[in-house]
Design a binder for this molecule. Sequence first.
Ligand code: TRP
Length: 338
Amino acid sequence: MPDFTPRVFSGIQPSGGLTLGNYLGAMKRFVQMQDEASHETIYCMVDLHAITVWQDPARLHAATRELCAGFIACGIDPEKSILFNQSRVPEHAQLGWLFSCVARMGWMQRMTQWKDKAGKNAQNASLGLFAYPALMAADILIYHATHVPVGEDQKQHLELTRDIAVKFNNDFGVDFFPITESVIEGAATRVMSLRDGSRKMSKSDPSDMSRINMTDDTDTIAAKIRKARTDPEPLPSDLKGLDERPEARNLVNIYAALADVSAEQVIADHAGQQFSTFKPSLADLAVAKLSPISAEMARLTADPAEIDRLLARGAQRARAVAEPVLKQAYEIVGMVGA
Ligand code: TRP
């Protein structure tokens, strides 16, 4: 294998607003990785992935700008990182096509996200939803990215990305694409639904009470935490005491992540407390941490021209990396004029 420049890539779909789950699970880590000097960082709003299921055009347009504001408000610096929306860099879709010809139907059929999202009516799902992982592999490999921070639910797609890289390299007898490492988010930072501690907090959950949106105002945040599902027991005196209590565990994890301390520390500080005491402290902490971010998001969203300027610049920088990689991939495959 040739040496590849250490490069981090990740993407978030602009389908609905940012949640606390995106912030604590993804954004905070993206910012940490950006601020380590050992690699470049590229972060993408994957609008082409969003349309694998129906998106209202005006909503999609607004959500993409809002997500961009969210990235920046959470600490992504568009000078340090390359920040852009996927559709602006046509090389993603072009390499995605090559990968649709490398990946096998059987590989795609095994994807649990495909099975979950297509559901019982797979015949009526879009062809794009089926090909989703091939485009995702292209997102990553068009930059020869070496590390991809994602949630646990994307692990299988990352394995498929490696399979595509290996098959491409083998089929054409080259060492062209790197074998990307996934950097999987640990259980400690995974934020679960406020209504059901066994499900991930999600922007697509029908109940808005299940999540905290980064745009929620102070009263809404406090009300959602107050009404979060819990059990009647007080907080235990050690972490093991949370083992069979997913909702309690979730609130402790959220507290720890917001305060930047360990879950052990949170338990040590709040042992024996009732939720009627713990929840207001958590609400205060959440409001204190999130309101500067939502204020910054609101400020940025009020200036769409500035967001568009930043995204145009991000896309230009992304293309400078992607274009030569696509050209070489086309040459390897045998396209005339590449
Ligand atoms: N599939 C990812 C998700 O839903 C989003 C995504 C698209 C992505 N392309 C990517 C993540 C490339 C990491 C790398 O969360």
